[in-house]
Write a protein of this length. Structure first.
Length: 335
């Protein structure tokens, strides 16, 4: 792997494109600083993803993509077909983690606590008050299949809920309504099954939304999280259980809530967490002794295929050329 040509896939077409480009450029610089042969592969709405990846002649794909068609198993499936080992989780695990409803269903199956919730779709959006019933307020409203807190808002009454649903439906035709829990927000970092630690997130606005994540000075971070030792270990264990419930691999970030009582809840598992030097996973890794360059190399060196076998570049090109024209046309959608 040390002499492999690494393609850092970034960009994409999701609402998180700009975040992905930031992650990708940071990873690309770090890998080059570490002496690795790395190139950037920028995907987008006008790019045939299958052609761009195949023609780059890469041996390994470092996924710095975020959001739909990048983090949800689509690109992972394309890379399996092309025979190019990639970082992160498998097709199935990526898809499950990206779908907040399916992830929560698996959390419940594995006795991983998660906040109470319900899902509302476009077909029953007009009767949202009836669907909400006695669920109560406040609630957090979020698109079912988005990341980076895109489209997320808090609703304190029925009027705010209606507006929050409208905002969320812009990004997805299915929306998750989750009970608001007054708690500290904690993120647990995991690298290929090894729990690295946890960071505490303190947004000044009171909610860790898109603005709080990406506006300088809008959020304070405490690493390690300010928890007493026994509870800290319990939070790390819960993060590990959540990641295992979705059968994730590679670099993973688990987002949790920790109440003033003795309750903890898992919000979601991120299979391709942000990878700028100031992102949460790098903060956690730094507290565990990993410089950013070292973290990027560790992730790259763990790239693998979960279904197919590794293929040499010439074999990948030959396989791609055998794909029917219709399938290649469909591959454009993956970009």
């Amino acid at each position: 792997m040390k002499h492999a040509k690494i393609g850092v896939l970034m960009g994409g077409t999701s609402a998180e494109r700009d975040v992905s480009l930031s992650s990708g450029q940071a990873v690309l610089a770090a890998l080059r600083d570490a002496g690795r042969d790395a190139v950037g592969v920028v995907l987008g709405p006008e790019v045939d993803a299958a052609c761009a990846i195949s023609e780059a002649g890469i041996d390994v794909a470092f996924l710095a993509l975020h959001g739909r068609l990048g983090e949800d198993g689509c690109v992972q499936g394309l890379l399996e077909i092309l025979g190019i080992p990639y970082t992160g989780s498998s097709v199935m695990s990526s898809a499950l983690a990206m779908d907040k409803l399916k992830a929560k269903e698996l959390f419940r199956l594995h006795n991983v606590p998660t906040p109470p919730y319900y899902v509302i779709d476009q077909k029953n959006a007009a009767s949202f008050e009836e669907v909400h019933g006695s669920f109560g307020y406040p609630v957090i409203v979020k698109p079912r299949r988005e990341g980076s807190s895109v489209g997320v808002s808090r609703a304190n009454d029925v009027h705010e809920l209606e507006r929050a649903l409208e905002r969320a439906f812009v990004h997805d035709d299915s929306v998750l309504v989750e009970r608001f829990i007054a708690a500290r927000e904690i993120a647990v970092g995991i690298l290929d099954g090894r729990v690295l630690g946890a960071v505490e997130i303190v947004p000044k606005s009171g909610i860790y939304d898109f603005a709080s994540k990406y506006t300088p000075g809008a959020t304070e971070y405490h690493c390690p999280a300010r928890l007493e030792p026994t509870r800290y270990r319990g939070v790390l264990n819960l993060g590990e259980r959540a990641a295992e419930a979705l059968d994730t691999s590679g670099a993973v970030r688990v987002d949790l809530l920790v109440t003033e009582g003795q309750n903890e809840y898992v919000l979601e598992v991120n299979t391709l967490p942000g990878m700028t030097p100031t992102s949460l996973l790098p903060k956690i890794a730094a507290s565990a002794g990993f410089r950013f360059e070292e973290l990027c190399v560790e992730i790259a060196d763990r790239a693998r295929l979960h279904v197919g076998a590794s293929m040499k570049p010439a074999a990948r090109v030959a396989r791609f050329e055998q794909v029917p024209a219709v399938a290649r046309a469909l591959a454009v959608r993956v970009a």
